[in-house]
Ligand binder design. Structure first.
Ligand code: 2RA
Length: 329
């Protein structure tokens, strides 16, 4: 199995290499790919050094699968070229997510929709993945009517420049900014750019992608996405109104029995999920499970996950694992 990692020198790309090694993905050849300016750089995979190649070279090397995390512009131009060469692309950018001919996959939820004809597969946005991981089994049982989501997002979602900005501000050093404002000791209610409706692209991803993955356009979703000076992962406060009532213990049992979800919920012991605990782990963590007494059939949840892992790299690699296990490559 020849695997290309496109964007291998970026934050997600580096975590992809870590997760491929951790999960012992059955690859016989690794092809690290990046933009021309990074060609010739080296990456390390399983203690071996690999030279980064350019995109055209990577196509000509004919990997079986290409894991993309190189931004929407690169993906729009190059994913079709890889696909035309018979290479299956799993893309982390937003480029293909809402394309009606492309599948938007969280393996625990909808991998069974995949077929050999899917040559460009979209990996959902990180904040969407952790949300639907917790909500999909509850939607199946009770039917979701409406979601109100507030996110508290790690600066790693923005990238290296944001991590450096926080470090500089913490050290009192002047430097380049990833954000319009200081992020140290701050909270910025803007993740990505604003759309004409006054919501950010990040907020609208939570709306549109959730409906697509759960295959239910009747689910009403509204979101506020906030950037906070944290690096371990994204947190989300979720208020969910169901079509039918629920039993709180049954909700907890459903979540405890959901693959990829860990329930951490014991307020007597001050146990609840936090980015510090989620960082470096592949599960989605759920806590603060409680009924919303202000409205019938409504639940509050707190959901935390490492946005570079289940929010990006791990989900991407799990899709590839599914393709391999089901002979879909
Ligand atoms: C963010 N989810 O956190 C977006 C892209 N990674 O900025």
């Amino acid at each position: 199995m020849k695997v290309a990692v496109v964007g291998a020198t970026g934050m997600v790309g580096e975590v992809m290499l870590q997760v491929l090694a951790e999960r012992n993905f059955p690859l016989t050849e690794l092809i690290p790919v990046a933009s021309e300016r990074s060609v010739g750089k080296e990456v390390t995979f399983k203690e071996k050094k690999y030279k980064v190649v350019g995109l055209q070279t990577a196509v000509e090397m004919k990997p079986d699968v290409a894991l993309f995390s190189a931004g929407g512009t690169t993906s729009l131009e190059w994913a079709p070229k890889f696909a035309e060469a018979g290479i299956t692309v799993i893309d982390n950018s937003s480029a293909w997510r809402m394309d009606t001919s492309k599948k938007l996959i969280v393996p625990e939820i909808n991998a069974d929709a995949l077929t050999t004809s899917d040559k460009i597969i979209a990996n959902p946005n990180c904040s969407t993945i952790q949300l639907v991981m917790a909500l999909a089994p509850l939607h199946k049982k009770y039917g979701i009517k409406r979601l109100v989501v507030s996110t508290y997002q790690s600066i790693t979602g923005t990238g290296v420049k944001a991590v450096q900005q926080l470090e500089n501000e913490y050290q009192g050093i002047e430097g380049e900014r990833a954000y319009n404002y200081q992020i140290h000791r701050n909270a910025i209610p803007q993740c990505d750019v604003f759309e004409d409706n006054g919501y950010t692209k990040e907020e609208m991803k939570l709306v549109r992608e959730t409906q697509k993955i759960l295959n239910d356009a009747t689910i009403a979703v509204t979101a506020t996405a906030v950037r906070i000076p944290v690096v371990g992962g994204h947190s989300e406060a979720v208020n969910v109104e169901f079509n039918t009532d629920f039993d709180l213990n049954e909700v907890r049992t459903i979540l405890e029995n959901t693959p990829g979800v860990t329930v951490k919920d014991n307020i007597k012991e001050f146990e609840y999920p936090m980015p510090l605990d989620a960082e470096g782990k592949n599960d989605v963590f759920v806590g603060r499970i409680r009924r919303d007494d202000s409205q019938p059939k409504t639940l509050n949840l707190w959901i935390v996950a490492d946005n570079l892992r289940k929010g990006a790299s791990t989900n991407t690699i799990q899709i590839a694992e599914y393709l391999v296990a089901n002979n879909l490559l």
